[in-house]
Design a binder for this molecule. Structure first.
Ligand SMILES: O=C(O)CCC(=O)C(=O)O
Ligand SMILES: [Fe+2]
Length: 353
Protein backbone atom coordinates (compact mmCIF):
# COMPACT_ATOMS: atom_id res chain seq x y z
CA UNK A 1 0.00 0.00 0.00
CA UNK A 2 1.30 3.50 -0.78
CA UNK A 3 2.79 5.31 2.21
CA UNK A 4 1.17 8.46 3.69
CA UNK A 5 -2.43 7.29 3.26
CA UNK A 6 -4.55 5.86 6.07
CA UNK A 7 -6.89 3.14 4.85
CA UNK A 8 -8.19 -0.36 5.39
CA UNK A 9 -7.44 -2.96 2.72
CA UNK A 10 -10.43 -4.00 0.63
CA UNK A 11 -11.32 -7.50 -0.50
CA UNK A 12 -14.06 -7.17 -3.09
CA UNK A 13 -16.59 -9.49 -4.73
CA UNK A 14 -15.57 -10.84 -8.15
CA UNK A 15 -18.09 -11.64 -10.91
CA UNK A 16 -18.02 -13.33 -14.29
CA UNK A 17 -20.20 -11.61 -16.88
CA UNK A 18 -22.46 -13.82 -19.04
CA UNK A 19 -21.82 -13.97 -22.81
CA UNK A 20 -25.17 -12.26 -23.31
CA UNK A 21 -27.62 -10.85 -20.80
CA UNK A 22 -30.97 -12.53 -21.40
CA UNK A 23 -32.88 -11.85 -18.24
CA UNK A 24 -32.74 -15.44 -16.99
CA UNK A 25 -33.13 -16.13 -13.26
CA UNK A 26 -29.35 -16.62 -13.17
CA UNK A 27 -28.79 -13.16 -14.69
CA UNK A 28 -31.18 -11.65 -12.14
CA UNK A 29 -29.45 -13.29 -9.19
CA UNK A 30 -26.07 -12.11 -10.49
CA UNK A 31 -27.44 -8.59 -10.93
CA UNK A 32 -28.86 -8.40 -7.43
CA UNK A 33 -25.58 -9.60 -5.99
CA UNK A 34 -23.69 -6.90 -7.96
CA UNK A 35 -25.99 -4.20 -6.59
CA UNK A 36 -25.48 -5.56 -3.06
CA UNK A 37 -21.71 -5.43 -3.59
CA UNK A 38 -21.94 -1.77 -4.64
CA UNK A 39 -24.05 -0.97 -1.59
CA UNK A 40 -21.61 -2.73 0.72
CA UNK A 41 -18.25 -1.79 -0.85
CA UNK A 42 -18.90 0.90 -3.48
CA UNK A 43 -16.94 -1.20 -6.01
CA UNK A 44 -16.89 -4.71 -7.52
CA UNK A 45 -14.47 -6.76 -9.61
CA UNK A 46 -15.09 -8.51 -12.93
CA UNK A 47 -12.86 -11.41 -14.01
CA UNK A 48 -11.46 -11.10 -17.53
CA UNK A 49 -11.05 -14.27 -19.53
CA UNK A 50 -7.51 -15.04 -20.74
CA UNK A 51 -8.13 -13.79 -24.29
CA UNK A 52 -9.36 -10.44 -23.03
CA UNK A 53 -6.56 -10.22 -20.53
CA UNK A 54 -4.23 -10.05 -23.52
CA UNK A 55 -6.07 -6.92 -24.67
CA UNK A 56 -5.42 -5.34 -21.26
CA UNK A 57 -1.75 -6.46 -21.27
CA UNK A 58 -1.30 -4.96 -24.74
CA UNK A 59 -2.85 -1.69 -23.59
CA UNK A 60 -0.48 -1.53 -20.59
CA UNK A 61 2.50 -2.24 -22.85
CA UNK A 62 1.47 0.49 -25.31
CA UNK A 63 1.02 2.87 -22.38
CA UNK A 64 4.53 2.16 -21.04
CA UNK A 65 6.07 2.60 -24.48
CA UNK A 66 4.37 5.95 -24.88
CA UNK A 67 5.20 7.32 -21.42
CA UNK A 68 8.85 6.25 -21.84
CA UNK A 69 9.23 8.76 -24.68
CA UNK A 70 10.94 12.10 -23.96
CA UNK A 71 8.75 14.86 -22.56
CA UNK A 72 9.26 17.19 -25.52
CA UNK A 73 7.91 14.54 -27.82
CA UNK A 74 4.88 13.55 -25.70
CA UNK A 75 3.83 17.19 -25.39
CA UNK A 76 3.18 17.29 -29.14
CA UNK A 77 0.21 14.95 -28.85
CA UNK A 78 -2.47 17.49 -27.95
CA UNK A 79 -5.62 18.49 -29.79
CA UNK A 80 -7.14 21.95 -29.39
CA UNK A 81 -10.74 20.95 -30.11
CA UNK A 82 -11.05 17.76 -28.08
CA UNK A 83 -9.56 17.10 -24.66
CA UNK A 84 -7.85 14.01 -26.11
CA UNK A 85 -4.11 13.60 -25.84
CA UNK A 86 -1.23 14.16 -23.47
CA UNK A 87 -1.51 15.72 -20.02
CA UNK A 88 1.80 16.20 -18.22
CA UNK A 89 2.28 15.37 -14.54
CA UNK A 90 1.16 18.46 -12.59
CA UNK A 91 -1.11 19.79 -15.37
CA UNK A 92 -4.45 18.40 -14.19
CA UNK A 93 -6.14 20.18 -11.29
CA UNK A 94 -8.42 18.48 -8.74
CA UNK A 95 -9.90 20.76 -6.09
CA UNK A 96 -7.37 23.48 -6.89
CA UNK A 97 -4.30 21.22 -6.41
CA UNK A 98 -2.13 19.79 -9.22
CA UNK A 99 -2.37 16.02 -9.71
CA UNK A 100 0.85 14.08 -10.29
CA UNK A 101 -0.84 11.73 -12.79
CA UNK A 102 0.64 11.71 -16.30
CA UNK A 103 -2.17 10.96 -18.73
CA UNK A 104 -3.08 10.19 -22.31
CA UNK A 105 -6.81 10.83 -22.66
CA UNK A 106 -8.84 9.17 -25.39
CA UNK A 107 -12.20 10.77 -26.17
CA UNK A 108 -14.39 9.95 -29.20
CA UNK A 109 -11.98 10.15 -32.12
CA UNK A 110 -13.79 12.29 -34.70
CA UNK A 111 -12.28 13.39 -38.02
CA UNK A 112 -12.34 17.09 -38.90
CA UNK A 113 -14.98 16.23 -41.50
CA UNK A 114 -17.47 15.03 -38.85
CA UNK A 115 -20.47 17.41 -38.87
CA UNK A 116 -20.23 17.92 -35.09
CA UNK A 117 -16.60 18.99 -35.39
CA UNK A 118 -17.47 21.24 -38.35
CA UNK A 119 -20.21 22.84 -36.27
CA UNK A 120 -17.71 23.33 -33.41
CA UNK A 121 -19.51 21.25 -30.81
CA UNK A 122 -17.68 21.53 -27.45
CA UNK A 123 -15.08 18.79 -26.81
CA UNK A 124 -15.57 17.25 -30.27
CA UNK A 125 -12.46 16.63 -32.34
CA UNK A 126 -9.80 14.08 -33.23
CA UNK A 127 -7.59 12.06 -30.91
CA UNK A 128 -3.91 12.89 -31.56
CA UNK A 129 -2.65 9.30 -31.53
CA UNK A 130 1.13 8.95 -31.14
CA UNK A 131 1.14 5.81 -33.31
CA UNK A 132 -1.17 3.56 -35.24
CA UNK A 133 -0.18 0.72 -32.96
CA UNK A 134 -1.28 2.59 -29.82
CA UNK A 135 -4.50 3.58 -31.58
CA UNK A 136 -5.36 -0.02 -32.53
CA UNK A 137 -4.40 -1.41 -29.14
CA UNK A 138 -6.38 1.13 -27.12
CA UNK A 139 -9.38 0.91 -29.44
CA UNK A 140 -9.46 -2.89 -29.09
CA UNK A 141 -9.31 -2.68 -25.28
CA UNK A 142 -11.98 0.05 -25.18
CA UNK A 143 -14.27 -1.99 -27.47
CA UNK A 144 -13.96 -4.94 -25.07
CA UNK A 145 -14.79 -2.75 -22.06
CA UNK A 146 -17.62 -1.16 -24.05
CA UNK A 147 -19.21 -4.61 -24.45
CA UNK A 148 -18.72 -5.27 -20.75
CA UNK A 149 -20.18 -1.88 -19.88
CA UNK A 150 -23.34 -2.58 -21.88
CA UNK A 151 -23.79 -5.95 -20.17
CA UNK A 152 -23.31 -4.41 -16.73
CA UNK A 153 -25.88 -1.69 -17.51
CA UNK A 154 -28.37 -4.35 -18.59
CA UNK A 155 -27.69 -6.43 -15.49
CA UNK A 156 -28.09 -3.45 -13.16
CA UNK A 157 -31.44 -2.66 -14.79
CA UNK A 158 -32.51 -6.28 -14.28
CA UNK A 159 -31.42 -6.14 -10.66
CA UNK A 160 -33.51 -3.00 -10.14
CA UNK A 161 -36.57 -4.68 -11.77
CA UNK A 162 -36.81 -2.03 -14.48
CA UNK A 163 -36.78 -2.50 -18.30
CA UNK A 164 -33.46 -4.00 -19.39
CA UNK A 165 -32.61 -1.02 -21.64
CA UNK A 166 -33.31 1.62 -18.95
CA UNK A 167 -29.63 2.67 -18.92
CA UNK A 168 -28.36 1.41 -22.25
CA UNK A 169 -30.90 3.49 -24.17
CA UNK A 170 -28.69 6.47 -23.26
CA UNK A 171 -25.43 4.95 -24.51
CA UNK A 172 -26.11 4.76 -28.29
CA UNK A 173 -22.92 6.26 -29.77
CA UNK A 174 -21.96 6.86 -26.12
CA UNK A 175 -19.33 9.40 -25.10
CA UNK A 176 -17.10 6.61 -23.78
CA UNK A 177 -13.57 7.70 -23.02
CA UNK A 178 -10.43 6.44 -21.34
CA UNK A 179 -7.55 7.83 -19.34
CA UNK A 180 -4.27 6.00 -19.83
CA UNK A 181 -2.42 6.79 -16.63
CA UNK A 182 1.10 6.75 -15.23
CA UNK A 183 1.90 7.82 -11.68
CA UNK A 184 5.49 8.66 -10.76
CA UNK A 185 7.24 7.02 -7.86
CA UNK A 186 6.58 9.03 -4.67
CA UNK A 187 10.11 10.48 -4.47
CA UNK A 188 10.45 11.20 -8.20
CA UNK A 189 7.91 13.95 -8.80
CA UNK A 190 8.41 17.41 -10.30
CA UNK A 191 7.22 19.18 -7.13
CA UNK A 192 4.09 20.72 -8.69
CA UNK A 193 1.58 18.81 -6.53
CA UNK A 194 1.20 17.61 -2.96
CA UNK A 195 3.54 14.96 -1.51
CA UNK A 196 2.14 11.47 -1.92
CA UNK A 197 -1.00 12.60 -3.76
CA UNK A 198 -1.55 11.15 -7.24
CA UNK A 199 -5.10 12.37 -7.94
CA UNK A 200 -7.22 14.16 -5.35
CA UNK A 201 -10.52 12.67 -4.25
CA UNK A 202 -13.29 12.98 -6.83
CA UNK A 203 -16.18 11.23 -8.49
CA UNK A 204 -16.38 10.60 -12.25
CA UNK A 205 -19.08 11.79 -14.53
CA UNK A 206 -21.10 9.20 -16.38
CA UNK A 207 -22.69 5.82 -15.79
CA UNK A 208 -19.83 3.41 -15.03
CA UNK A 209 -16.16 3.73 -14.12
CA UNK A 210 -14.23 0.65 -15.24
CA UNK A 211 -10.62 0.67 -14.09
CA UNK A 212 -7.67 -1.68 -14.29
CA UNK A 213 -4.31 -1.41 -12.58
CA UNK A 214 -1.07 -3.33 -12.90
CA UNK A 215 0.69 -4.90 -9.92
CA UNK A 216 1.52 -1.57 -8.22
CA UNK A 217 -1.50 -0.22 -6.33
CA UNK A 218 -2.57 3.32 -5.49
CA UNK A 219 -6.36 3.52 -5.80
CA UNK A 220 -8.57 4.19 -2.77
CA UNK A 221 -12.35 4.34 -2.64
CA UNK A 222 -14.97 5.41 -0.10
CA UNK A 223 -17.87 2.97 0.27
CA UNK A 224 -21.36 4.49 0.55
CA UNK A 225 -22.19 5.86 3.99
CA UNK A 226 -25.68 6.75 5.17
CA UNK A 227 -26.26 10.43 4.83
CA UNK A 228 -23.15 10.98 2.67
CA UNK A 229 -24.66 11.89 -0.68
CA UNK A 230 -22.89 14.57 -2.61
CA UNK A 231 -24.27 15.52 -6.01
CA UNK A 232 -21.18 16.33 -8.09
CA UNK A 233 -23.28 17.99 -10.79
CA UNK A 234 -24.50 20.55 -8.21
CA UNK A 235 -21.62 20.93 -5.74
CA UNK A 236 -18.14 19.75 -6.63
CA UNK A 237 -17.22 16.43 -5.03
CA UNK A 238 -13.55 17.16 -5.74
CA UNK A 239 -11.30 17.16 -2.68
CA UNK A 240 -14.11 15.89 -0.48
CA UNK A 241 -13.00 14.13 2.71
CA UNK A 242 -9.61 13.57 1.09
CA UNK A 243 -7.78 13.23 4.41
CA UNK A 244 -10.64 11.78 6.48
CA UNK A 245 -11.10 8.29 7.85
CA UNK A 246 -13.06 5.71 5.89
CA UNK A 247 -10.91 5.16 2.79
CA UNK A 248 -10.46 1.62 1.51
CA UNK A 249 -7.40 0.59 -0.50
CA UNK A 250 -8.09 -1.31 -3.75
CA UNK A 251 -5.34 -3.94 -3.91
CA UNK A 252 -4.16 -4.95 -7.39
CA UNK A 253 -5.70 -8.31 -8.32
CA UNK A 254 -4.41 -10.03 -11.46
CA UNK A 255 -6.95 -10.65 -14.24
CA UNK A 256 -9.76 -8.37 -13.08
CA UNK A 257 -11.13 -4.94 -13.76
CA UNK A 258 -13.05 -2.96 -11.15
CA UNK A 259 -16.42 -1.28 -11.69
CA UNK A 260 -18.25 1.44 -9.78
CA UNK A 261 -21.07 3.89 -10.51
CA UNK A 262 -20.52 7.41 -11.86
CA UNK A 263 -22.45 10.66 -11.35
CA UNK A 264 -25.16 9.96 -13.94
CA UNK A 265 -25.91 6.55 -12.41
CA UNK A 266 -26.39 8.30 -9.09
CA UNK A 267 -28.59 10.98 -10.64
CA UNK A 268 -30.94 8.66 -12.52
CA UNK A 269 -31.32 6.30 -9.54
CA UNK A 270 -31.93 9.14 -7.04
CA UNK A 271 -28.73 8.17 -5.21
CA UNK A 272 -29.77 4.53 -4.79
CA UNK A 273 -26.48 3.79 -6.60
CA UNK A 274 -24.19 6.66 -5.55
CA UNK A 275 -21.14 7.72 -7.54
CA UNK A 276 -18.14 6.27 -5.68
CA UNK A 277 -15.59 8.84 -4.39
CA UNK A 278 -12.02 7.76 -5.06
CA UNK A 279 -8.45 9.08 -5.04
CA UNK A 280 -4.97 7.87 -5.98
CA UNK A 281 -1.88 7.84 -3.77
CA UNK A 282 1.69 7.69 -5.07
CA UNK A 283 3.51 4.46 -4.33
CA UNK A 284 7.16 3.60 -3.80
CA UNK A 285 7.32 2.57 -7.48
CA UNK A 286 5.80 4.07 -10.61
CA UNK A 287 2.27 2.85 -11.31
CA UNK A 288 0.22 2.26 -14.46
CA UNK A 289 -3.58 2.27 -14.65
CA UNK A 290 -6.31 2.42 -17.30
CA UNK A 291 -9.53 4.19 -16.34
CA UNK A 292 -12.37 3.71 -18.84
CA UNK A 293 -15.65 5.60 -18.54
CA UNK A 294 -18.85 4.10 -19.95
CA UNK A 295 -21.01 7.11 -20.70
CA UNK A 296 -24.30 8.38 -22.09
CA UNK A 297 -24.38 9.98 -25.53
CA UNK A 298 -22.99 13.54 -25.36
CA UNK A 299 -26.46 14.84 -26.26
CA UNK A 300 -28.38 12.68 -23.80
CA UNK A 301 -30.60 14.41 -21.26
CA UNK A 302 -30.62 12.26 -18.14
CA UNK A 303 -33.65 12.20 -15.86
CA UNK A 304 -34.37 10.34 -12.60
CA UNK A 305 -36.02 7.04 -13.54
CA UNK A 306 -38.84 7.69 -11.09
CA UNK A 307 -39.36 11.33 -12.09
CA UNK A 308 -39.21 11.60 -15.88
CA UNK A 309 -40.94 14.99 -15.72
CA UNK A 310 -37.78 16.60 -14.24
CA UNK A 311 -35.84 19.04 -16.39
CA UNK A 312 -32.89 16.63 -16.25
CA UNK A 313 -29.16 16.97 -16.76
CA UNK A 314 -27.57 17.32 -20.17
CA UNK A 315 -24.64 14.91 -20.00
CA UNK A 316 -22.51 16.87 -22.51
CA UNK A 317 -22.79 19.98 -20.35
CA UNK A 318 -21.75 18.06 -17.22
CA UNK A 319 -18.78 16.52 -19.07
CA UNK A 320 -17.69 19.86 -20.55
CA UNK A 321 -17.96 21.66 -17.19
CA UNK A 322 -15.83 18.99 -15.52
CA UNK A 323 -13.11 19.09 -18.19
CA UNK A 324 -13.03 22.90 -18.21
CA UNK A 325 -12.56 22.81 -14.45
CA UNK A 326 -9.79 20.18 -14.55
CA UNK A 327 -7.81 21.67 -17.47
CA UNK A 328 -8.38 25.43 -17.26
CA UNK A 329 -5.12 26.36 -19.01
CA UNK A 330 -5.19 23.75 -21.78
CA UNK A 331 -5.34 24.98 -25.41
CA UNK A 332 -8.68 23.22 -25.76
CA UNK A 333 -10.21 25.21 -22.87
CA UNK A 334 -8.85 28.47 -24.25
CA UNK A 335 -10.16 27.82 -27.76
CA UNK A 336 -13.52 26.78 -26.34
CA UNK A 337 -13.88 30.13 -24.56
CA UNK A 338 -12.48 32.21 -27.44
CA UNK A 339 -14.94 30.66 -29.88
CA UNK A 340 -17.90 30.84 -27.50
CA UNK A 341 -18.43 27.08 -27.75
CA UNK A 342 -19.88 26.81 -24.23
CA UNK A 343 -22.95 28.70 -25.48
CA UNK A 344 -23.62 25.89 -27.95
CA UNK A 345 -24.48 23.60 -25.03
CA UNK A 346 -27.77 25.45 -24.68
CA UNK A 347 -28.79 24.71 -28.26
CA UNK A 348 -31.61 22.30 -29.05
CA UNK A 349 -29.56 20.45 -31.69
CA UNK A 350 -27.19 19.30 -28.93
CA UNK A 351 -29.95 17.73 -26.86
CA UNK A 352 -31.78 14.43 -27.20
CA UNK A 353 -35.33 14.94 -26.05
O1 LIG B 1 -5.54 5.29 -11.15
C1 LIG B 1 -6.64 4.75 -10.99
O2 LIG B 1 -6.72 3.57 -10.64
C2 LIG B 1 -7.91 5.54 -11.18
C3 LIG B 1 -7.71 6.85 -11.85
C4 LIG B 1 -8.88 7.76 -11.77
O3 LIG B 1 -9.58 7.84 -10.79
C5 LIG B 1 -9.25 8.59 -12.93
O4 LIG B 1 -8.51 8.58 -13.91
O5 LIG B 1 -10.30 9.27 -12.87
FE1 LIG C 1 -11.50 8.80 -11.27
Amino acid sequence: MPPLHKATVGNFETYVLPKVVEGTPGDKALAKSMIDAWHKDGILQVAMDPVDQILADNAFNASKQFFARPCREKEKYVDDQSFSGYIASGEEITDGVADYSEIFTVTKDLPLSDPRVQQKWPCHGPCPWPSEEMQNTMNAYMAYLGDGGEKILQLIALGLNIPIDSFSKFTRDGWHHMRVLRFPQIDKTNGKGKTGRGIGSHTDYGLLVIAAQEHIGGLYIRPPYDGEKVANWETSAAGLKEDDEGWVYVPPVPGVFTVFPGDMMQYVTDSYLPSTPHKVGLNTRERFALAYFHEPNFSAVMRPLKRPEEEGIHYGTHFTNMFMRNYPTRVTAKRMLEEGRMDMLKKKELKWE
